[in-house]
Design a protein around this ligand. Structure first.
Ligand code: AHR
Length: 506
């Protein structure tokens, strides 16, 4: 038996313009993300600065627009000065966040070089954990100001005549988390963020500043944290961050497949809280959301995330958080992307955490190959097709009972349209573990369309993964069931599957 669902997209369904920065990612000095990840000077494909060209090619294929750096928890103990100047003179430090040795071979200049080659824009995080306004001012002066001040001249002396032009800055990382160096309460942090933002804007008024929101909707302070932080900093910032990681708990795969329900609610609560503060302050400004850490992460496999590498050892580039992603994980990642697009009016920046080796779509072996995890595919296809504006899809169809979220729609979907390019796309997920679902998508609002491509990620083995030995075990396939007639797209979605349909105006 094939279930049926009906999706309607009307002309009045516009959610908002898609900011390309929702297709961002994240590179942290953690495990093998930087060292033995993007950077491996001994690798046969390494460029003159030590970056792997094979990894760069995959990053470009992934379509990543922005890359957040250098942390994460790492940033709260980081001195940016350690990572500039002659490489052989850079200090070796102990990174307290990940109990690792940091050689500082890669720093700001190298990361800017790598971004130029990757075709992405850097988004930098400031250390507001163990440092304050002055060091933040110093880093912005060094990074962005034209020659003629002490620190911009130091940058020039270090080989970069022009500033790096970084526009987006995170005012710390996960300051609500007790694990964070320099963790403090919301009012204290809100005051620090406000002071820092005011100071930075004197130096460069057009910066885009992200204040820290919650590290997850399950945090005990969730909601209160956002309100108290924004009460202190509303006028000074442009974005509030959100972080969320998902995994199956106690084998509850149905709730895991419905993780996007949590992400939807998370975004709605943060937006409503920001709007509440906006009303309190009688402000005209809207605060946007930077969902700058999101992914599937099998976090509960680690007994104590604070002491991941053990007490006695301070390894360099240890193998940390190297989750190997299954078909089910890729379907969840695809559905989280649908959730982000469904909130295109509020989520104007997002970062898949992370990019290489560490809970990442791209994996590498030292001296060996680089390959795409299962999760690479929905991200790359959505980043390529999901452009322009997002349109709301009204869905009528079967539901699935879940422990965490009650009954949820088996199908979730969003439509995007790029009026300039004359293209559109439909992204769909089937969360049912048993039922294929035939979906009719009434696209009358889009005018006449025809199909340019289809891709469905599904597999009889939901645990199938890609590895160095079998890098293309899981890839999307064309979905031959798709047809368009009389302005309606009809397509059958296999159980536990993610699908994209590219369309063009006739
Ligand atoms: O992405 C891994 C870690 O998750 C980051 O360092 C931190 O910000 C979050 O808790």
């Amino acid at each position: 038996i094939v279930s049926k669902a009906l999706i309607t997209v009307s002309t009045g369904a516009r959610i908002g313009a898609i900011d390309p920065r929702v297709y961002g990612s994240f590179v942290e000095h953690l495990g093998r993300c930087v060292y033995d990840g993007i950077y491996e000077p001994q690798h046969p494909t390494a460029d003159e600065q030590g970056f792997r060209e094979d990894v760069l090619a995959l990053v470009r294929e992934l379509g990543v627009t922005t890359v957040r750096y250098p942390g994460g928890n790492f940033v709260s103990g980081y001195r940016w000065e350690d990572g500039v100047g002659p490489r052989e003179q850079r200090p070796v430090r102990r990174d307290l966040a990940w109990h690792s040795t940091e050689t500082n071979e890669v720093g700001l200049h190298e990361f800017a070089h790598w971004n130029r080659k990757a075709g992405s824009e850097p988004m930098l995080a400031l250390n507001l954990g163990t440092r304050g306004e002055l060091e933040a001012l110093d880093l912005v002066e060094y990074t962005n100001l034209p020659a003629g001040s002490a620190l911009s001249d130091q940058r020039v002396a270090n080989g970069a005549q022009e500033g790096f032009g970084v526009r987006m800055w995170c005012l710390g990382n996960e300051m609500d988390g007790p694990w964070q160096l320099g963790h403090r309460d919301a009012v204290d942090y809100g005051k620090l963020a406000s002071r820092t933002a005011k100071a930075l804007r004197q130096l460069q008024p057009d910066l885009e500043l992200v204040v820290c929101g919650s590290s997850g909707a399950a945090m005990p302070t969730f909601g209160t944290w956002e309100r108290q932080v924004l009460e202190q900093s509303y006028d000074d910032v442009d974005f509030i961050s959100a972080h969320a990681y998902y995994e199956p708990h106690d084998g509850d795969v149905d709730s895991f497949l419905a993780s996007a329900v949590d992400m939807d609610r998370f975004i709605d609560v943060v937006a409503a809280t920001a709007d509440h503060v906006k009303a309190e302050k009688r402000s005209d400004k809207t605060i946007f959301i930077s969902f700058d850490e999101w992914n599937v992460w099998y976090l509960s496999r680690y007994e104590d995330v604070d002491k991941i590498t053990g007490d006695d050892d301070w390894p360099k580039a240890p193998r940390l958080l190297e989750d190997v992603y299954t078909v089910t994980d890729a379907v969840v990642v695809g559905s989280l992307l649908i959730s982000l697009l469904k909130h295109a009016d509020r989520v104007k920046s997002a970062s898949l955490a992370q990019l290489v080796n560490v809970i990442a779509p791209i994996m590498t072996e030292p001296g060996g190959s680089a390959w795409r995890q299962t999760t690479f595919h929905p991200f790359a296809i959505t980043a390529r097709l999901g452009r322009g504006e997002a349109l709301r899809a009204e869905i009528a169809g079967p539901t699935i009972p879940t422990k965490r979220f009650g009954d949820v729609s088996a199908v979730d979907a969003v439509v995007t349209r790029d009026a300039e390019a004359g293209t559109a796309a439909v992204f769909l997920v089937n969360r049912s573990r048993t039922e294929p679902i035939t979906v009719s998508v009434a696209l009358h609002g889009l005018g006449g369309v025809s199909i340019t491509e289809t891709a469905t990620l599904a597999d009889d083995d939901l645990e199938a993964v890609n590895t160095a030995a079998e890098p293309d075990r899981v890839t999307p396939s064309p979905n031959d069931s798709a047809t368009v007639s009389d302005g309606s797209l009809t397509i059958t979605l296999p159980p536990v599957s993610w699908t994209a349909v590219g369309l063009t105006a006739e």
